[in-house]
Design a binder for this molecule. Structure first.
Ligand code: HEM
Ligand code: HEM
Length: 139
């Protein structure tokens, strides 16, 4: 597995554990828990999305039979996805809308990096046409 796949899967598992701990804390906390959104997004942007990114970086280039379009974009993606998610959580924890907004944009940018990279990687190519039958028969 490539470094980007391994790193994304490691991040996903770490967020999964953090979200689970927060979920347990929330279960004990009763209704109107203030950090519900942090639990949700550690699970959905951390655990689930990052697992999908990690597996996607491994499997989609293999499906398309082409190397990943840009390794640099993938490295940018993993950094921005982590910075964005941690910052979003911080924004929610501090009830700071500007902080949340700033890091949401960073998170969104990271998602765009993934989308561009994958669109470029999985571009379909028509299979080569078989040689015309006549030309083949002459030989
Ligand atoms: C040990 C694991 C988990 C525990 C203890 C836990 C606990 C909780 C609790 C107590 C709530 C608040 C429910 C409420 O009062 O509205 C909640 C909400 C939520 N959880 Fe978890 N959770 C766990 C795992 C997960 C996982 C794995 C996911 C997704 C992959 C997830 C996604 C969500 C979402 C999306 C909400 C918000 C639902 C809404 O909008 O009301 N949770 N969780
Ligand atoms: C850049 C990415 C994202 C941003 C900025 C974002 C932001 C937000 C915000 C501001 C809320 C409302 C929270 C509130 O009630 O005050 C929310 C809720 C929610 N989001 Fe996201 N989100 C993002 C990605 C995602 C993704 C990828 C998923 C699912 C795979 C998701 C699932 C949810 C769910 C289930 C809720 C309702 C439960 C909750 O309030 O936590 N979000 N999101």
């Amino acid at each position: 597995m490539s470094r980007i796949t391994v790193n994304f899967i490691k991040c996903a598992i770490i967020y999964f554990i953090l979200a689970m701990l927060l979920g347990l804390h929330m279960s004990a906390g009763g209704p109107r828990y203030p950090f519900l959104q942090i639990h949700t997004h550690l699970n959905l942007l951390g655990w689930m999305s990052m697992m999908i990114y990690g597996v996607g970086y491994h499997i989609l280039p293999r499906f398309s039979g082409k190397p990943l379009w840009s390794n640099g974009l993938a490295v940018g993606h993993i950094w921005l996805a982590n910075i964005g998610l941690i910052g979003m959580a911080l924004g929610w924890a501090l009830h700071s809308t500007p902080t949340h907004l700033l890091f949401s944009v960073i998170e969104g940018l990271s998602m765009l990096f993934f989308a561009i990279n994958m669109f470029k990687t999985i571009r379909a190519v028509d299979p080569p046409k078989p040689a015309p039958a006549k030309a083949a028969a002459k030989k």
